[in-house]
Design a protein around this ligand. Structure first.
Ligand SMILES: [Ca+2]
Length: 256
């Protein structure tokens, strides 16, 4: 009997040591060796691929007065500054993933961001903190369905809410999708992050609404409002799924 207990104790010691060792090596992998700087990640909306100006947002027949987007779980990829300085060509460089840095941790919190208000685009801070210096080529994030807001909040149980007018009729688009969206830089060299850089996720409204015929949007239940949403009482299912699928290509990564 005593021998059995000795074996059990020996085994659990070995297990504990094993867990301890493996958690150590995981931690070592998460240490960032590249020099770091302070940076911000924010989001905004634009009605063209060019400007980031605070212009009124009208795309096709849809005049947008409000856009709110929920974000969480941000992951960014970059080329380290030291590698770039060494003159290695981009094709031979390894894209690094940030595993544990202040900026990414802060930006990963669940948050609903107001990107258009009163018809004008706004910058909404998603997160800030330390992050490796380098050239950032992409950021992925997961849409966040706001489950924390109380039932009277328009964002309650929604990840994206767009409000505005089509032909003078009050119109609302919303989704509860929590899909992952990849925002890529338009240039192969990416966004250069050095001192106090602000990286921006830009929701390009022309791309979000590409191929959508808003003149076909209906108010089938005649309540004076056009609703484009999951199981909408107005129908509009084709417009809804087109906007949802456009989401995957509508967000780009830029420098403010
Ligand atoms: Ca309606």
């Amino acid at each position: 009997m005593k021998k059995v207990w000795k074996n059990v104790i020996a085994m659990s010691l070995a297990l504990t040591a094993g867990i301890y060792l493996s958690s150590c090596s995981e931690k070592e992998e998460e240490i960032i060796t590249d020099p770091q700087t302070q940076a911000k990640l924010s989001a905004t909306a634009s009605n063209s691929s060019e400007s980031l100006s605070n212009a009124r947002v009208t795309v096709g027949a849809f005049t947008v007065s409000q856009l709110t987007v929920g974000t969480q779980d941000v992951e960014m990829k970059y080329y380290a500054k030291a590698d770039l300085s060494a003159g290695i060509s981009l094709g031979n460089l390894t894209l690094k993933t940030i595993l544990n840095a202040g900026l990414q941790n802060s930006a990963s919190a669940k948050k609903s961001n107001v990107l258009i208000s009163g018809g004008e685009s706004k910058f909404s801070l998603i997160g800030e903190g330390n992050t490796p210096e380098g050239n950032y080529t992409e950021a992925t994030f997961r849409l966040y369905k706001n489950t924390a807001a109380n039932a009277n909040d328009p964002m309650s149980q929604k990840s994206i809410l767009i409000a505005g007018e089509i032909d003078g009729k009050i119109t609302q688009f919303w989704t509860e999708s929590e899909k992952v969206i990849r925002a890529a830089s338009s240039t192969s060299t990416g966004v250069e992050v050095d001192q106090n850089t602000e990286i921006v996720l830009v929701f390009e409204m022309d791309k979000l609404f590409a191929g959508v015929d808003f003149s076909s949007a209906l108010d089938s239940n005649n309540d004076g409002r056009i609703e484009i949403s999951p199981n909408s009482p107005d129908g509009n299912a084709a417009i809804f799924s087109k906007i949802e699928s456009n989401l995957e290509t509508a967000v780009s990564l830029r420098k403010r």
